[in-house]
Design a protein around this ligand. Structure first.
Ligand code: BGC
Length: 477
């Protein structure tokens, strides 16, 4: 190319560089084909998701026992701003209003979780009538409003009394959890057909027992391995119990997952990517598929063998009707001597000059396409995106939130889900995280993920522009 051609190109590029990044992003994205809900097919499920501790509040009301998250958040210094879920979005009292919002936004499915300590305040033993009644009320309200309830049995709020006995690191938890699952599915199974045993084992075991960043705040590699094995056993057992108890059940469970790229193309970083992939994407799903733990790629995991008893490998297997995938960011990894065990680390998004959300998660729409393709290599009949969403700094002005960045996020991610679907990936649904802003675990109330803004002082709900965008997008369906 001649020098003057370079000059011409640079002259064109300079004004472009002067434009704000978001403008360029929008301009590029407009060139993507307009996304249409019809393209996903009539049977495609559209839903919104939430979780008990993040929304309910009422932490010690009507006989509820304390969970590990009540204990953890009440300790000073664990949570941003020392926030806690004592009140959250008051879903305990406002569930009917929130279910009406699901309907208003033209979503058909509502995913929520049961708080174990509302049913069994001590985790096992005596049940709590008011807690049991409460979930009947929520389910009945969904059905009354024509919304299909999808229930997660465990979204991280372990009974504190069970944690006092070791929690997921104690093998007895398989029995405790089974009794809880058995009770709930017998109690609600005639009304609810869609069940998820667990939410993201990699997150609650990894962050809770290895990194100590989430409840119960443990940092112990041995407990991490024990908790991993017991979680995988309990997950399969939970699946069997649901299938046994619920007529025509649709049994699933959910996993966090991220597409992973190497920081540099050299072989050391490529190997680091394999180790990260084993830890973040494969560890909890592969045992249920009969593939065992991915110890080959991550030798440090071999120590899990000391906790595997006779018959466990068969008990780990369970054929779920659907697998829920939850995707929030891409991971970029490189070889590192610290942390040990995995000899790999992630390069945070803010060190890579990429678009990020409020939690420093990289916004990388192709990631959802790539991870769907990766999981489609397993023997899975149905995949549902059970969570995807984004937190931005939302501003409430005169009863509106103009969150155009979030709208763009959904357009780009959905275009990539559709691309995977059109290439034969059996993806059958998409649940937005989340219906309303809520308590974002260690980050407190600052990150806002909702389609609906919540004023945490008054509990007033305001539908954001992204909520209206979804309503209109789905009205074409
Ligand atoms: C969890 C949610 C959480 C979301 C956003 C997921 O890992 O299931 O509870 O709010 O990520 O961080």
């Amino acid at each position: 190319m001649e020098r003057r051609d370079w000059l011409k190109i640079s002259a064109l590029a300079i004004p472009l560089l002067a434009l704000p990044k978001t403008y360029i992003g929008n301009w590029i994205n407009k060139s993507i084909k307009q996304i249409n809900a019809k393209d996903f097919g009539e049977d495609f499920l559209w839903g919104a998701a939430c979780a008990s501790y993040q929304v309910e509040g009422a932490w010690n009301v009507d006989g509820k026992g304390p969970s590990v998250w009540d204990t953890f958040t009440h300790k000073k210094g664990e949570i941003h701003n020392n926030d806690n879920g004592d009140f959250a979005t008051d879903f305990y009292n406002r569930y009917a209003e929130d279910i009406a919002l699901v309907k208003k936004l033209n979503l058909k499915v509502f995913r929520f979780s049961i708080s174990w300590t509302r049913i069994f305040p001590d985790g096992i033993g005596k049940e709590n009538e008011k807690g049991i009644k409460y979930y009947h009320n929520v389910i009945d309200e969904c059905l009354k409003q024509g919304i299909e309830p999808w229930i997660t049995l465990y979204h991280w709020d372990l009974p504190q009394k069970l944690q006092d006995r070791g929690g997921w690191a104690n093998r007895d938890i398989i029995d405790w959890f089974s009794k809880y699952v058995d009770f709930c599915t017998k109690e609600y199974g005639s009304k609810v057909k869609n069940w998820m045993v667990m939410n993201e084992p990699a997150a609650f075991v990894g962050l809770g027992y290895m990194l100590g960043y989430h409840a119960p705040g443990i940092k112990n590699p041995y407990k991490f391995l024990q908790a991993t094995h017991h979680t995988c056993l309990a997950m399969a057992e939970g699946g069997r119990i649901i299938r046994n108890n619920v007529d025509k059940a649709n049994v699933g469970t959910t996993f966090s997952c991220s597409h992973i790229d190497p920081y540099r193309t050299g072989s050391k970083d490529l190997k680091a990517v394999k180790r990260l992939d084993a830890l973040l994407n494969r560890l909890y799903i592969e045992p249920s598929l009969g593939l065992g733990y991915p110890t080959q790629e991550l030798p440090a995991l071999k120590r899990i063998n000391r906790y595997i008893l006779e018959g466990d490998l068969e008990r780990l297997e369970f054929k779920f009707d659907f697998i829920g995938l939850q995707n929030y960011f891409r991971v970029v990894g490189k070889k590192s001597v610290f942390p040990p065990y995995i000899w790999a680390k992630q390069i945070p998004a803010n060190k890579r000059d990429v678009p990020v959300n409020e939690m420093n998660f990289e916004v990388y729409p192709e990631g959802i396409y790539k991870i769907l393709k990766q999981f489609s290599k397993y023997d899975i009949d149905n995949i549902i995106i059970t969570e995807n969403g984004v937190c931005y700094k939302d501003v409430l002005e005169e009863n509106s939130v103009h969150d155009s960045e979030r709208i763009q996020f959904f357009k780009d991610y959905l275009a990539n889900v559709l691309k995977a679907k059109n290439e034969g990936v059996p993806v059958k649904g998409y649940f937005i995280w989340s219906l309303t802003d809520n308590f974002e675990w260690s980050e407190g109330y600052q990150p806002r993920f909702g389609l609906v803004h919540v004023d945490f002082n008054t509990q007033k709900r305001t539908v954001k522009d992204s909520g209206y965008w979804f309503r209109d997008f789905l009205s074409e369906n």
